[in-house]
Design a protein around this ligand. Sequence first.
Ligand code: FAD
Length: 605
Amino acid sequence: MANYVSVDHLKFLLKNVHNIDEVLSLPRFEDYDSDSIDMLLDAAKQYADQELYPYFTEMDRQGAKFEDGKITCHPQIERVMKLSGENGYICSHFDYEEGGSQMPHMASIASGFINTAANNTAVGYPGLTAGAAGLIRSFASKELFDTYVPKMLSGEWGGTMALTEPQAGSSLSDIVTSAKDNGDGTYNIEGQKIFISAGEHDCAENIIHLTLARIEGAPAGTKGISLFVVPKYRLTDDGMEPNDVTCAGEFEKMGQRGYVTTHLVFGDKQDCKGYLVGEANRGLKYMFQMMNGARLEVGLTAAAIASAAYHASLQYAKERPQGRKLDGSGGKNINAPQTLIINHPDVRRMLMLQKAVVEGCASLLVMCGKYLDLSHYADSTEEKAKYHDLLELLTPIAKTYPSEMGQVAISNGMQVLGGYGFTTDFPLEQHYRDVRITALYEGTTGIQSLDLLGRKALMKNGAVIMSLMTEIQKDLEAASSYDELRPYVKIMSEKLGLTQKVLGHLTQFAMKGDFERFLADATIFMEFTSTVIIAWQWIKMATAAKQAIVTNKMVKTEDFYEAQVHTMKFYFKYELTKTTSLAEILLSDEVLTIVKEDKVVEAFA
Ligand SMILES: Cc1cc2nc3c(=O)[nH]c(=O)nc-3n(C[C@H](O)[C@H](O)[C@H](O)COP(=O)(O)OP(=O)(O)OC[C@H]3O[C@@H](n4cnc5c(N)ncnc54)[C@H](O)[C@@H]3O)c2cc1C
């Protein structure tokens, strides 16, 4: 069985780096302990080995087939939906009384990482279903909950998020799908949605679309958008009947080819019924719950795909002899045996970059899982608010850094394989294609960057970013206990100072009302900030590793822990240094990308 993930590293993150015991001590999670979380991850790996990984390539090659409005998927997807219900993956965060298992998000993020690394296509279907069911649970009536959620949690029915329209992609304020009140608790829905993942397939008996639409007469813009449950089949006294939701096509894609992306038409025969979720005109606010969850999921998807690529290229590098070492044992001596490519410094650099990105992202995502748990279940209201705000701030980073740097990591993985990496004999080319979408859907990198700089960095007049700095400072103090880490603590402190300088410089433009200038380089700001945030994760990992070594509380070989410290040093030398040039761009006064009404420089002439 091929290796695609390090379960040991995930356990290290949960226990040593992010102290899951803090979460497990909360009353909600009293039925879990450290051992049961270990067992959960082991079970996830076993499941992924048997039910997900063997179908990874097949789902890509066989894709999905669209014919006469119906889509046929790989048959294993139906089984994955069913098993995700039976194994409790879909209902993991629901209360016991709702049929859930009250699992901490920290743990489900780690087990989701394993499953997604094995097969990022198959897990999309139950993942979306869990998000859609969660949205109904949070905001819809008990009647809607009782009608839809149990069947979704069991994996019998699927779920989607139906936002995008041809003219409304990044800009959801331009949604035009309409909802007409029938006065009987139902609305007639009419409109088109495009790019809807898992919008039509044969792997579930019904599909529940969580759909954004505008009630007739609603205000323009985001304040007039409502959320509806729109089932593919609506319930009747004696079963189900079609609800006038038709599939006009399936998009052919470069990656995630087994995860269908559909064009849906609602109400072609004016007979599509929708059921309002919560209050009218608050739909986008509600949908943000699912979108925030989905953003973490997308970050996780990217990091998990990069994990699979890293482990595939590492295995290859350990087996491929090519060339000779330049250290006197080989060199130009043609009679010396070839060395394995893992011994070439340049190949090691490419492997270490991948490790630094994959494990850095995994750490950030597990930490976000912890913040999510604490934002709901911490002991005090203040703590809940603190972690809620920190998570809000970190979500665009947790989505974007893995999506962008996952591409770079996988490209390096492909490079390790040389020409073979480009062939379909190895999985790297599929990883490379699959990961590309993560920087596009759920808000492009550009949109996430506007959110980070334009909204999150300024939240509560900068109090949230200061709270983040305090958290980082605490970790720097802990790291300072170890002589070997002290030089890196100093570098990190300088980078925090640089972050404040950059933010102060950019904020000046916002204060003058020049928002275009303020946000013009938001994506560069994202790259800068997220590189610093991952450096923080590496400080945390190196500190936890040192602690395990010094206190002799190692459950793996010493090499495992030393490798954490080594990778931290690699990240600081090869990645964190890039923030100097990024800061130079952000602090520069030269303006080259803004179009001024009075003086249009035709840059593309
Ligand atoms: C495979 C796939 C699956 C998807 N699944 C779903 C799904 O399940 N449900 C769903 O509702 N949608 C889904 N989507 C839609 C997806 O979320 C959108 O494609 C995405 O949000 C971008 O919208 P767009 O494609 O219209 O691009 P546009 O909004 O046209 O953006 C094009 C470019 O312009 C930039 N841009 C746009 N506006 C601004 C601005 N104001 N400032 C600066 N730059 C800007 C963007 O960053 C991007 O680089 C999916 C898409 C794909 C391809």
